[in-house]
Design a protein around this ligand. Structure first.
Ligand code: NAP
Length: 304
């Protein structure tokens, strides 16, 4: 299998265009499928303090015998630790057993009070997550900039930011985020946001790149293109992402799928156009709740 192509970020750091994502999972289970992913050729691994998988990733990398420098490791600042950035970052490094990460992302723009375990989130009488106004994401990002200056994160960026929240961030940021990691798939193409990223020098990274669940994978147009190329619907969706220059982080705990997800067909212009036509602005991973909120923020506040 040839190496996965690299994309240059706005500070010269290079990131493999396909990474392997993580779910919230027991470390022991993760380590096993992380090792098969490394054997398949993945060198870019996406995790987060919230997922609880940092330790397993560090162990799998050490067990693989491949030098740390050959990997691109991303981890993220949790929304309930926006007021303790330095401490959270140190904890992530300790979990990973590493002295630097390649990319440190702010996981979400909102700040939620810290209660220890991340699943123990404070909620109001309506069941919505309670958020706090201080620190602002501008203030937390300023703390991330200090980590970047120290060299312990080779690049910094954000996740789940919109044009609106990025504009707010730019009022104070001195380091342009290298990446914005967002939900993106054929039903949520995010063309305006991606055009904005290009103007600002921000790389787009897609999570839920296969469409989160089976809805997009079962779309008749996707299936038709998959049959034409003799590949799976997931491979077609991922190939469409790559055709758009988007970095992707598919996740599979199955060895064959891990291999398939880096062995993608080259789509014809006509295939790409057909898939572009499927966009319906639909969030499949992050659905707004019955109170009109997501993680305690309204659609308007999120800029969705
Ligand atoms: N930044 C954020 O806020 C944020 C939010 C949500 C998710 N994420 C990240 O993004 C990752 C991916 O999100 P997602 O789970 O919604 O992504 P997805 O890529 O749309 O779906 C992953 C699912 O697809 C299945 N799959 C993978 N490859 C396949 C293939 N070749 N054929 C058929 N099925 C396949 C996997 O099942 P098997 O494992 O059974 O193969 C898995 O359940 C998460 O793991 C997480 O790390 C980030």
């Amino acid at each position: 299998m040839p190496p996965i192509p690299l994309v240059e970020l706005n500070n010269g750091t290079k990131i493999p265009i396909i990474g392997h994502a993580m779910t919230v999972e027991a470390c022991d289970a993760t380590k096993g499928w992380m090792l098969t992913a490394i054997q398949a050729g993945y060198r870019h691994i996406d995790t987060a303090l919230l997922y609880g998988t940092e330790k397993a990733i560090g162990e799998a990398i050490r067990e693989s015998g491949i030098p740390r420098e050959e990997f691109f490791i991303t981890t993220k600042l949790p929304f309930n630790r926006q007021d303790r950035v330095a401490e959270s970052f140190d904890l992530s490094l300790r979990n990973l057993g590493m002295d630097y990460v390649d990319l440190y992302l702010m996981h979400w723009p909102m700040a939620i009070p810290y209660r220890g375990a991340w699943l123990d989130l404070p909620r109001d009488a309506d069941g919505s997550v309670i958020t706090i106004d201080s620190p602002t994401f501008n203030e937390s990002y300023a703390e991330m900039e200090k980590i970047y200056a120290s060299g312990r994160a080779k690049a910094i960026g954000v996740s789940n930011f919109s044009i609106k929240t990025l504009e707010e961030l730019f009022q104070t940021a001195t380091v342009v985020p290298a990446v914005n990691q967002i939900e993106r798939h054929p039903y949520l193409a995010e063309s305006d946001l991606i055009a904005y990223h290009k103007r600002k020098g921000i790389a787009t990274e897609a999570y839920s790149p296969g469409g989160h669940g089976n809805t997009v994978r079962e779309d008749l147009i996707i299936k038709e293109i998959a049959a034409k190329h003799g590949v799976s619907p997931t491979q077609v969706i991922l190939a469409w992402q790559i055709a758009g220059g988007v970095i992707i982080i598919p996740k599979s705990d199955k060895e064959q799928r891990q291999k398939d997800n880096i062995n993608l067909p080259t789509l014809d212009e006509e295939d790409v156009e057909k898939i572009n036509g499927l966009d319906r602005g639909e969030r499949l991973c992050n659905r707004i709740d019955k109170n009109g909120k997501f993680w305690g923020w309204t659609k308007e506040r999120l800029g969705w």
